[in-house]
Each structure stands twice: as structure tokens, then as C-alpha cells.
Design a protein around this ligand. Structure first.
Ligand code: ADP
Ligand code: MG
Length: 677
């Protein structure tokens, strides 16, 4: 048998079961081995029956006291009851309609049972427990994701056979030195023990190896992508003076902005496509940098396009770009889905003829109907909202255009290299002069009324404010969480009945969201109650106060992003974090966010406190699916993976001398040699 054999080559897997496997994406024996358990039943430390916790899953070790006569309750329902015992108490095992499961108890000796214990003090029950014999070899059993008709025991049997027949065929593509330097187990050991671990230590070793592989290949893949770009040629631009652009700005560029602009122009002067990320904290002025890049391209007789994730951001960018570029004689336009067909056609004609030099827009930019005459620069804003593929699609509109990505999510360098390793990075680590930090306070719910009073005072002075809460409606029955809809209703009728209150949440349609946001921008709403959708790049300089409910529920970086919505104008701004969570971790986190406004420092602390899980858990990163990276991993571990990969890419960036590694990288990114761009 080989890893690529169809799953039907395993015993007991016929057409019917193969169909079920296919439903969950498993077609070959190798696929099955790749499908790791979601958890384990650990039978190694049973509790005594008298100590079982009611309504929870428990493991007990017992012998059979009595097997009752099966009771036929009604047609199609037979109940089997077995009374089991240990030295402390009895318990009734209840099994419905499954004589085979009941028969297991006819054997002699001890049994280990795993199941939910119900009942009361006088009578404990366990319904349909998972049973193994007390003398079983492996006492830690995997739990797999199931689908209707496919049971855990079935999968266990199939995986066992797969491991014993093809486990030895799992090649270890990882160079030996890397294994020993990082005390990693072999791949064969890892796969075997992620499914059937002997003990906890084996699980830890296996997970460590598999997580290492994921980070390692992610880094290799990014480096491969980056070098792959270098093989293509692109618009080679000539040097043009940036002085007219800089002179026409209403402010002087910060040093960080100047540096980023010169790095960008430098890239475009070379013959290879630029692939650069501008990472800047909220309010650091990324749009002006983008405008400078557009100016440079336009002066070179080329077109530039800037794509934003929402209509409102696209419009905001268009306003900025046109204000900065039109006076310099550069024709700009906006292209979004909500324009009339006539308007869209007019813009598209202008893009095709080359009359329009700079365009801002949404996904409409990448639709088939949009053609350019000489697109040489594509810029995407807030990159984590777009997948790697969407970036590539816009780029396809030109012939290897220069690519610039703008991200407002400061992330620690180690992670940036994993996530954006295919890009060169410019960092805007400096805010424009005169920006006042947002005064931030953490308070408990007891002070809520006072916080409202403070907000009213701000609104009375003509400012606007946000109140952010994590959920839309109280569906999860978590009464502690404040649900935005009801919350907004209460505020409208209570504390803010004399003010105009708006609502913005993720369940609204894009048009509704834009409308709510536009009303706030136009000053029609004074107070906006919102979920985290307000996080992305919206610029309302008059907003000076933000209250964040359940602030312990947010990651530090997310809090920082949210807070960045205020303090964007000339007004002194405030952020009040409300939480009733008394834990030390919460206290520490809120202390960090209250004491600094440096997004990079905050991200670094977030990584230290919570591990990498938050960064990779966010599905919007557009990376290949990661199974283990989503688990919290500490910085040292990330660095180790990073260094191991770097050792290889330093001497062999295209992996020409490491064919096995290359194969694994391409498999991870799920594409053929030419699919990467
Ligand atoms: P972000 O990096 O968050 O996207 P923006 O590009 O929206 O930031 O800029 C935030 C605000 O700062 C805008 O109102 C912009 O006009 C202003 N700004 C940008 N650069 C400077 C600068 N060098 N000096 C003063 N104000 C600036
Ligand atoms: Mg922005």
C-alpha cells in the first residue's frame, strides 16, 4: 500500500464509507493520516465513581456487577442497562439500540469508561460511554471530527491500519541537523503519536514537530515566493523629482514617510516588480505614502490603482488622492460597485484609454470588465482583508506591476516575516507631529454611568463618540456580554435620549454599514454603537471619545486598532475601557494598553502574553490553512522555526538543492510551480 492509494484499500472501507470520507475531504490513505484528531480521551487517570462530576465527562475504571435484561420500550427502542461498580459506588450504564456495545460488558476483567455522568446522589448513570478494556495497550484514544454515519471507532480502526501499513513511508524531508538542533522527533513518530500517543509527553513531542513544520514551511514558502518574483521583469521607471508633490501637501512628511517613499521609488526604479508592505500604526499617514507612489507612477506615464476592502474606505482614499494629485494635473477616479452602470462605464473607458491615471476602488477594480492601458502600480489597503489570491488578481490586470500593500496592523517582526515574508517591509514607526496620545482609562462597570456622563459632555462640546461592544445579539445566552442591538436601544431611550445614536454591526449588509458609517462621518449621528467592524481605517477627525465594553474580550492589538479611531484630529481624545473581569491577566493587559500608544510595542506584548494563536487564528490572513500554528506558540519557538528556515534560504532561496523541501512547500501552498505569483 502507498500513501496515495484510495481509502477503499483499507479494510472495511467500501464505496459507502469512502463517500462519507470524501465528504470531509479524505480520499487517500495519506489524507487520512493528515487528518489529525481534534482531541483525546485520556483513560490514564480515572476517578472513582463516587467522585465523578455530574453533567460532565468522566473516566472511570470499573467491573461489571449485573447485566440487566434488555428492555423493549417500544417498537424500535431497546434499552440495555449494565450496572458497574468500583470500590466506592455503583453506576448504571445505559445503551440504546446497540446490542454490540452492550455485549462488550460480557467479558471478564476491568473496563475503562468515558462518558457524561448524569443522575443524582442516589443513582448515577452514563449514557453510551466509550469503552476500552482495563488492560488495553494504548490508554489515550484520539477523538476525530466526525460526519453523520462515520463514527469515531470506525476512524480509529482505519487510521490504525493506515499507520501500520504506510507509516514507514512518511519521508522525513527535514534535514537531520535541523531535527537534532531543535530536538524534534521524526515525522513518522509525530504522525503516529498525534493519532495514538503512548502518553502526554508523546503528544507534546508530536505537536511540537508538526507545529515546527508548519512555521518552517510557511517561512520557506514566503521566501520562495519572494524570490520567484525576482525572476520576472517589470516596468522600469525613471527617476522623477518628488518636490512638486511634497510642496503641494498641506503638511510636511514625517521622516518615516520620507524613508518609505524613497524605498518605494527605489523599488520602482529597478527592473523587478516591487513587492512591498508599508506597515504603519493607525494614523501614521499611510495614504500620503500611497499618494506619493501614485504620483511617481503617473509622472512616469503609468497608471496606478488602489484597492480598499469597503466602499467607504475606497471613497475616503479617492478623496485624499484626488485632493493631493489633481492639482498637480493627474487625473483620478473612483470605481466601486455602487456607482451607476453609466458612471462605471465612463470610469472604465477612461482606464482603458489611459486618460485616468490613478484610480481608487473596491473589488470592482478586479472584475473582468475593468481593463487598464498601462497599469504599473497596484496598491492594496488593509491587506489582511484580502487573501494572497486577491492581491494576485489585481496584479494580473497589469504585466507584472509593482505591488504595494498597506497594513495598519503592527505585528512583531518574527510574525511579520512569517505572514508577509514574501514582501519587503517599510515601517512607519513615527506619528505626524502634534498628535496627542489618546488618554486611556480602564474602569469597572460600576463607573459606567459616570463614563456616560463624560461622553455626554464631549458630545455637548460638539465632538462625536463610539461605544464598542463585542456581540450583535445575545444569542449565546452569555448574559455578561452586552449585545449591540439591545444596548443601542437602551442608550437611545436612556442615557443618550437627547442625542442621535447610530448602530453599526457585522450582520448588516455592506450598503447598510456604509450608510451608517457615512451618517456618522457627516456628523448626523453623534454617537455610534458598534461591534468591531468599526476597526478598519475609517477617518473621522471629530470623533474624540470611545468607550469599549467587555474590553477584556479583545486582543491587545485589536483594542489598539479600535482606539485608533479616535484622536485623529486636533481634539484631545479619550478611550474608556470597561471590564468586570478581575483576573491578573486582564489587569496586566489593560495596563499595557493604557500606558503606551505604540502599536508595535503593544503587539510585542500581546505576543508575549497570549502567544501567536491570535495572529494565526484570524482567518483573514489569507495564508494556507494552518493546523498547529493557530495554537499558541511562544516567541522563542517561532524564532527557532524562523532561524532553521533562514539557514536554508540564505544559501538556497529557490530550494533548488532541496527538492523534498520544495515539494512540501508547494504542497502546503497547494499549487504547482507556476501557480505561485
Ligand atoms: P493611516 O496610516 O491610519 O491610514 P491616514 O493616511 O488616514 O493614516 O492619515 C491620518 C491623518 O493624518 C490624515 O488626516 C492625514 O491627512 C494626516 N497626515 C498624514 N501624514 C501627515 C503628516 N506628515 N503630518 C501631518 N498630518 C499628516
Ligand atoms: Mg488608512
Amino acid at each position: 500500500m502507498t500513501l496515495s492509494d484510495p481509502i477503499t484499500n483499507l479494510k472495511g472501507v467500501g464505496e459507502k464509507r469512502a463517500k462519507l470520507y470524501k465528504k470531509i475531504g479524505i480520499e487517500t490513505v495519506g489524507d487520512l493520516l493528515d487528518r489529525f484528531p481534534r482531541g483525546y480521551i485520556d483513560y490514564t487517570s480515572p476517578v472513582s465513581i463516587s467522585e465523578t462530576v455530574l453533567n460532565e465527562y468522566n473516566v472511570i475504571c470499573c467491573t461489571v456487577k449485573q447485566i440487566m435484561q434488555p428492555a423493549r420500550i417500544r417498537k424500535g427502542l431497546t434499552v440495555f442497562k449494565i450496572i458497574v461498580t468500583d470500590s466506592t459506588d455503583d453506576l448504571t450504564v445505559v445503551i440504546y439500540n446497540n446490542p454490540y456495545a452492550a455485549d462488550v460488558f460480557k467479558a471478564d476483567g476491568e473496563f475503562l469508561l468515558y462518558g457524561k455522568v448524569t443522575g443524582g446522589f442516589t443513582r448515577r448513570e452514563m449514557n453510551s460511554p466509550q469503552v476500552i478494556r482495563g488492560d488495553a495497550d494504548s490508554k489515550i484514544l484520539p477523538l476525530y471530527h466526525l460526519t453523520e454515519g462515520l463514527t469515531n471507532p470506525m476512524i480509529i480502526t482505519n487510521v490504525k491500519e493506515a499507520i501500520s501499513s504506510v507509516g514507514h513511508l512518511l519521508v522525513d524531508y527535514m534535514p537531520r541537523e535541523i531535527l537534532s538542533e531543535n530536538t524534534l522527533c521524526t515525522r513518522e513518530y509525530a504522525v503516529e503519536n498525534i493519532h495514538f500517543p503512548m502518553d502526554d509527553r508523546a503528544i507534546i513531542l508530536a505537536k511540537k514537530r508538526l507545529a515546527f513544520d508548519e512555521f518552517f514551511f510557511l517561512r520557506l514558502g514566503m521566501s520562495y515566493l519572494k524570490n520567484h518574483q525576482r525572476t520576472k521583469s517589470s516596468f522600469k521607471m525613471k527617476s522623477v523629482s518628488m518636490a512638486p508633490f511634497e510642496k503641494s501637501l498641506p503638511f510636511e512628511l514625517t521622516n518615516a514617510q520620507k524613508k518609505a517613499v524613497s524605498e518605494i521609488c527605489g523599488d520602482m526604479l529597478g527592473g523587478f516588480p516591487m513587492n512591498r508592505l508599508v506597515q504603519g500604526d493607525v494614523g501614521s499617514g499611510k495614504t500620503a505614502v500611497a499618494a506619493a507612489a501614485c504620483y511617481f507612477a503617473a509622472e512616469n506615464g503609468c497608471q496606478a490603482a488602489l484597492m480598499a476592502p469597503t466602499e467607504i474606505l475606497a471613497a475616503q482614499h479617492f478623496n485624499t488622492l484626488s485632493a493631493m494629485l489633481e492639482p498637480l494635473g493627474i487625473k483620478t477616479a473612483l470605481l466601486t460597485g455602487s456607482l451607476s452602470v453609466k458612471e462605471k462605464n465612463a470610469v472604465r473607458r477612461g482606464l482603458k484609454s489611459g486618460e485616468i491615471q490613478v484610480v481608487a476602488g473596491t473589488h470592482a477594480l478586479i472584475s473582468k470588465a475593468t481593463e487598464f492601458s498601462s497599469l504599473a502600480l497596484v496598491i492594496t489597503d488593509e491587506q489582511h482583508r484580502f487573501g494572497v489570491n486577491q492581491r494576485a488578481m489585481l496584479a494580473d490586470k497589469g504585466a507584472n506591476p509593482h505591488k504595494l500593500v498597506m497594513s495598519a496592523t503592527p505585528i512583531p517582526r518574527t510574525l511579520a516575516l512569517m505572514i508577509y515574508g514574501d514582501l519587503d517591509i517599510s515601517v512607519l514607526n513615527e506619528l505626524p507631529k502634534g498628535r496627542q496620545p489618546v488618554d486611556t482609562f480602564a474602569v469597572t462597570g460600576k463607573l459606567r454611568e459616570r463614563a456616560y456622563g463624560f461622553v455626554r459632555k464631549q458630545l455637548d462640546e460638539g465632538r462625536q463618540g463610539y461605544i464598542v461592544c463585542p456581540l450583535i445579539t445575545d444569542t449565546e445566552g452569555d448574559s455578561e456580554l452586552i449585545a449591540a442591538e439591545k444596548y443601542a436601544e437602551d442608550l437611545k431611550n436612556g442615557a443618550f435620549k437627547d442625542y442621535s445614536v447610530g448602530l453599526l454591526h457585522g450582520k448588516m449588509s455592506p450598503a447598510e454599514k456604509d450608510e451608517a458609517m457615512q451618517r456618522f462621518k457627516d456628523g448626523e449621528t453623534a454617537l455610534l454603537v458598534a461591534t468591531t467592524v468599526v476597526e478598519v481605517g475609517v477617518d473621522v477627525p471629530n470623533a474624540a471619545i470611545m468607550v469599549i465594553e467587555n474590553s477584556d474580550r479583545f486582543g491587545l492589538s485589536q483594542l489598539h486598532q479600535l482606539r485608533g479611531r479616535v484622536g485623529r484630529g486636533q481634539y484631545k481624545s479619550y478611550c474608556i475601557l470597561i471590564t468586570d473581569n478581575p483576573t491578573e491577566e486582564t489587569r496586566q493587559r489593560l495596563k499595557i494598553i493604557s500606558s503606551t500608544s505604540d502599536g508595535f510595542k503593544i503587539a510585542e506584548e500581546d505576543l508575549k502574553l497570549r502567544g501567536s494563536g491570535d495572529f494565526f487564528g484570524d482567518r483573514q490572513h489569507g495564508l494556507p490553512p494552518l493546523k498547529f500554528a493557530e495554537m499558541s506558540s511562544d516567541r522563542e519557538f517561532l524564532n527557532a522555526c524562523q532561524n532553521a528556515a533562514k539557514k536554508i534560504t540564505d544559501t538556497d532561496p529557490m530550494l533548488e538543492n532541496h527538492p523534498k523541501l520544495l515539494e512540501a512547500v508547494l504542497k502546503m501552498f497547494e499549487c504547482g510551480e507556476n501557480g505561485l505569483n
